[in-house]
Design a protein around this ligand. Structure first.
Ligand code: PLP
Length: 398
């Protein structure tokens, strides 16, 4: 009964890391080069300018040789003092993790509670900020796309609530699973610090992250006393690259230059539109599988996000019917069909599986993944209405 090793290319449908385009793979295999070499410096400056275009900012950018957690830590260590209060908008596992990091750094975390399936209430946010008449809250932390729940948080609406309350807090946005996938506008939305990573919409290897930083945030940084060195923006600004205290990861910049070229070749708006198109197809399949309508109740897997307007266009979290194991479906997909899906995180472990649909992806890749999931549902005797793939195809050709 040994499982045969599946042949063919793996269909990688995790919500990060994501598929790395062949041309990016080739680019990151560049030979070593002195990071102060004029050729590299020209490429580096091109990357800075290109990434600022993706962030939609004309302000500052700092890079870190670390995954997104490093950029999270930099965003907090560079702005605050021990005991400062931050308001974290609850979205799911990743808002909890960012809050946990803040606590570990000595910050006081206030949370705007929210149902993970429905998302935050902006009226409650506005009321909370308006009630903070002494301006104890130094920053609002918002995860633009909650990768664990498959929900999107409207950052423009967060900014509007802050403005309506007349609150001067900084706005920090985590775009780790939204940048170069969902529309994002750092300057137009008045975001002070944007946290981003390499391994999702930017289609790069993991281990590289960055923060976009506003003038206002850089001013706040000058008063911050949380100990730091490797991530210290002031220290970075003294360096030629205005980032990196140590060796610059040159090969990742060759990759970044290529991924930026691909994004600009397609056009950022078209990239966003493609993500919306593919996400709608995935949601059409899941809604079909659930089989729940006015005249039927199949009790199949359903969308974890209960508000269509807030459903993420980069990842879909799918909730299993009671008594059925999400990890069994994932295992069948992986072992039998060579399709890799994301696991449920935190309290969703075993109850949810996730289909990542961001980065270097097209219609047949999504349809192949959906077909494998549908077969895995059948093989695991999970109740569902067959025909989800056809529903996705219908959505893609409507
Ligand atoms: N924030 C979000 C929204 C994420 O999806 C992730 C990782 O998936 C992180 C933060 C943490 O980033 P990293 O795993 O790159 O450290």
């Amino acid at each position: 009964n040994a499982i045969q090793k599946p042949r063919g290319r793996m269909f990688f449908a995790n919500p990060g890391p994501t598929n790395i385009p062949d041309s990016v793979m080739r680019a990151v295999s560049h030979a070593s080069i002195d990071f102060n070499d004029a050729d590299f410096f020209e490429l580096y400056e091109r990357c800075v300018a290109g990434l600022k275009r993706v962030l939609r900012t004309k302000q500052h950018l700092f890079f870190y040789t670390a995954s997104g957690h490093g950029a999270w830590e930099a965003s907090m260590a560079n702005l605050f003092n021990t005991g400062d209060t931050l308001l974290v908008i609850e979205t799911g596992h990743f808002s909890e993790s960012w809050a946990k990091m803040g606590k570990a750094l000595g910050l006081c975390i206030d949370t705007l509670p929210a149902d993970w399936r429905k998302g935050a209430d902006f009226c409650a946010l506005r009321a909370k900020l308006a009630g903070d008449t002494e301006h104890r809250i130094k920053a609002v932390c918002a995860v633009h796309n909650e990768t664990a729940a498959g929900t999107m948080l409207d950052i423009g609406a967060v900014r509007a609530a802050m403005d309506a309350a007349g609150h001067p807090a900084l706005l920090l946005a985590d775009t780790i699973s939204s940048l170069a996938s969902l529309p994002f506008e750092m300057d137009a939305w008045g975001v002070d610090v944007v946290v981003g990573g390499s391994q999702k919409g930017l289609m790069l290897p993991t281990g590289f992250s960055f923060t976009g930083v506003s003038e206002k945030a850089l001013e706040a940084h000058k008063g911050s006393r949380i100990p730091k060195h490797y991530f210290d923006w002031s220290e970075m600004l003294t360096r030629r690259h205005r980032s990196f205290i140590g060796t610059v990861p040159t090969t990742l910049f060759y990759g970044l230059a290529e991924s930026l070229r691909l994004l600009e070749e397609e056009g950022l708006e078209q990239v966003w539109a493609r993500h919306t198109r593919l996400a709608r197809a995935v949601r059409a399949a899941v809604k079909h599988w659930s089989g729940n309508g006015p005249n039927s109740n199949v009790g199949g897997p359903e969308l974890y996000c209960q508000d269509d307007a807030r459903a993420s266009d980069s990842v879909t979290a799918i909730l299993m019917p009671d008594g059925h194991d999400a990890d069994a479906v994932r295992a069948t997909c992986r072992n039998r069909f060579n399709v890799s899906l994301g696991a449920g995180l935190n309290k969703l472990a075993g109850r949810v599986f996730r289909i990542g649909h961001l980065g270097d992806l097209n219609e047949p890749m999504v349809l192949g993944t959906l077909a494998s999931v549908e077969m895995a549902l059948k093989l695991n005797n999970v109740p569902h209405r067959p025909g989800g793939v056809a529903a996705a195809m219908e959505e893609l050709t409507a």
